[in-house]
Design a protein around this ligand. Structure first.
Ligand SMILES: [Mn+2]
Length: 264
């Protein structure tokens, strides 16, 4: 399904059809291990599920669009803060090597969980960067606002928030991952050029938010829970209600605006 001109939703990923770029959101490899360490015992099937999911997404993308020229991992490839466990090393490299079979050009964006992703990236000669520009789009993880948004940028794409929504179906309430699309305003800024004061006026850009990739992380209910990303936190509640919701199920469902979900 198309979320915006030249941007397609493939499961929990986005595909930029012009540059043939696949954007992969928060994979959080090692999440299960971290839960296990906290004493929460769950079967360790997460990585198999992650691999199954990425395989199906890559296949679907190639079927529809023939090739993938570039892959951008939009932050939080791995879960644990601080150190890298042996399992994480192995699984993260396996994940990257799988992607590399289909696409030689992989870009790693830094997430808030990626404090020391560097050593893993070095092993595969990849660079970890803060932000990535493609055409008129700026890709960032979303835990921090960008210091500058270049004038040519019209759309910002982020992950981090793990957006989801709870829907009632008869007596059951089920949580679904979802994409959000809305407007985001940059802050007005004043800088100086010598003695001259320059005011950079506020601009309104398109904002697209991806859900989490990890099957174990359903995410934050955007209708009920507190939002994390400064992109969404700083957007007024009233403006947030105008964001459009795309729900990820057996396929993508266009659900209209947040305010229409609130009435249901
Ligand atoms: Mn994050």
């Amino acid at each position: 399904m198309k979320i915006q001109k030249d941007i397609e939703i493939i499961d929990v990923c986005l595909f930029l059809t012009k540059s043939k770029t696949l954007i992969i959101p928060d994979v959080h490899i090692g999440y299960e291990e971290a839960l296990n360490k906290q004493g929460i015992l769950i079967p360790r099937t997460q990585f198999q599920e992650i691999m199954k999911k990425i395989e199906s997404i890559i296949k679907e993308t190639i079927n529809k669009f023939k090739e993938i020229k570039q892959i951008v991992i939009i932050g939080d490839l791995k879960h644990e803060f601080g150190k890298i466990s042996e399992t994480e090393w192995r699984q993260t490299l396996k994940f990257l090597d799988y992607l590399h079979k289909y696409c030689k050009n992989i870009v790693l964006l830094k997430g808030n969980h990626d404090k020391i992703l560097g050593p893993i990236a070095n092993k595969r000669n990849l660079q970890v960067i803060e932000a990535y520009e493609i055409e008129d789009m700026l890709l960032v993880h979303g835990h921090e606002l960008p210091i500058v948004v270049p004038p040519k940028i019209k759309t910002i794409i982020i992950g981090h928030e793990h957006t989801a929504v709870s829907l009632r179906e008869g007596p059951r309430v089920e949580k679904y991952k979802c994409f959000l699309k809305g407007k985001w305003k940059t802050n007005e800024k004043t800088t100086k050029d010598g003695k001259k004061k320059i005011i950079i006026k506020s601009r309104t850009l398109n904002l697209i938010v991806l859900p989490s990739f990890n099957p174990l992380i359903e995410g934050t209910d955007i209708l009920k829970e507190e939002l994390l990303s400064p992109f969404l936190k700083e957007t007024k509640r009233s403006a947030l209600k105008d964001f459009e919701v795309f729900i990820v199920g057996d396929k993508t469902y266009e659900f209209g605006k947040i305010k229409s979900l609130l009435r249901k």
